[in-house]
Ligand binder design. Sequence first.
Ligand code: WTA
Length: 638
Amino acid sequence: MQRITSLEQYQTEYKHSVENPEAFWAEQAEQFTWHKKWDKVLEWNFDEPNVKWFVGGKLNITENCLDRHLADKGNQTAILWEPNNPQTPARKISYKELHQQVCEFASVLKNNGAKKGDRICIYMPMVPELAIAVLACARIGAIHSVVFGGFSFKSLSDRIYDAECNIVITADGAFRGAKDIPLKSVVDEALQTSPSVKKVIVLKHTNTNVVMQNERDVWWKEEVEKLNLTGIQNLSGFKAEIMDSEDPLFILYTSGSTGKPKGVVHTTAGYMTYVDYTFRNVFQYNAGDVYWCTADVGWITGHSYLVYGPLLAGATTLMFEGIPTYPDAGRFWNVIDKHQVNIFYTAPTAIRSLEALGLDFVKPYKLDSLRVLGSVGEPINVEAWNWYHVNIGKNKCPIVDTYWQTETGGIMISPLAGITPTKPGFATLPLPGVQPVLLNEAGKELIGNSVEGRLCFKFPWPGIIRTTYGDHKRCKETYFDVFKKYYFTGDGCRRDEDGYYRITGRVDDVIKVSGHLLGTAEIENAINEHPDIVESAVVGFPHDIKGWGIYAYVICDHQRKDVDALKAEIVQTVTKYMGPIAKPDKIQIVSGLPKTRSGKIMRRILRKIAEHDLDNLGDTSTLLDPAVVEEIKAGAVK
Ligand code: WTA
């Protein structure tokens, strides 16, 4: 498959994609295996919204990820797995083996009652079986909903409940650095409030003791072995379910401004076309390259650029179970040398934390296999960009700063590696098919360069969100009603004098903590589970390593003298209900919160106090009790 090879070609292709989007995307979709080609490329309006790509087409995405490559890449490594413990041998799974294992597990799912359209929750460590589970769901037409293994039981049960999943696929536990994290027991707790779940399939991984519930819980391995016993010897012929282009492929929950998580729905053909095109062009993948995306499959980056994008392109995708600092802060660089990684895609938080630990961890490694570096998930500051460029890329690897969202399915604004001239801190230019606009608060388009506003897109691309599961109104209100006729990202953005885009950050009530999108309301709900807390308000504050940290203002219902113990309990409560990623960095106990007369918390004021910008609180005269602001200012946590 061809890809863009020069800046001129990018410009021509971009022009073509905007002038004739349907022809452009149809050309990209031609290469795939279709059971039936589409009748119409695109049908859309942003009012309902209703977006359909490749209308009437019939296909299965796993035939395009796997079967299509068997003839010429059957023996090539599809998934290269690097375990948490460097002493444990790495695993290489060829396209042929992956195909076989996906077919087997698809059959296991069927035997356990799964069928097309079911929602299946996947809560697993970063092991190849996670990718196998994802693909097996897609093989049988079940909709996967992967929940990040760092989330705890309440977040997990909320997500299972919302999607009414009937099966959960999990493991006994996960290894993360020196820790051994239980997963199955978290599932057990979550299932106490999830009546829809009938089966739990458990992979043995850490050998932690687990309680298996009769009838409901089965072991992954035993179920696969049963297949052979029942005489299905050659499963490579396992027929993929034929799906409609617009049949849902997966739900992925993301945080929103209410405590209830939003199930972003992506469908089959458009998502497939978009992630394949963006993967090949942004990273400039060459046959034989080893590509490594460090994101967890529990996030969209893992879905699009660890599993689907690379496999659609017939690439070798490296999957890493561990963390950047185990056994020491040189692990990433060690793995790059060990597996001769050519393309490396990670998050600014990881770069900043490794930078802070010093170059001694980088020096022992050659890093000479690297050709392309990538960044994703949050704005990368100029200092981290330069450190990455000089010390990891040795001044010779282009950095692709890729801007996108769970809702966009794939990368939207990014350099093409080695083709688009880069500028530190800038996501640079839109990819072909992407039409960004900046709007002012009144919704007026800002024309020309050197402008800053709210980032929107004015035309659909194939990877765009179709709905939020079970609640189309929420999708409409969040993304399509804020500015009529536009998809609104929730991000602020600047277009500089060269027409380059620089994302300035969220303009709504979600915070990017270490690149993870967290809703303040969901964190507040977790804090409020503490019996002594009556109310809380969470805001973000700038954090050197994490990008943003979590600052919680809490009201206690009676005087607790042991303030430090109370704070520790709050942290524990959040960890228990939501997970360690949502732990507050700073907690301030207050007697009241700044509220308007109608009872709305004035977060703007709380944000300013958390940032120690005490002299610019703005107008506080509309507050019910302005005195409370003085008290909060006086007690602000440094
Ligand atoms: C932020 C992650 C600046 C942005 C793929 C967006 C970025 C949110 C970048 C989506 C980038 C992502 N530069 N900010 N290169 N990439 N963001 O859904 O605020 O986890 O709206 O998807 O991350 O986060 P999500």
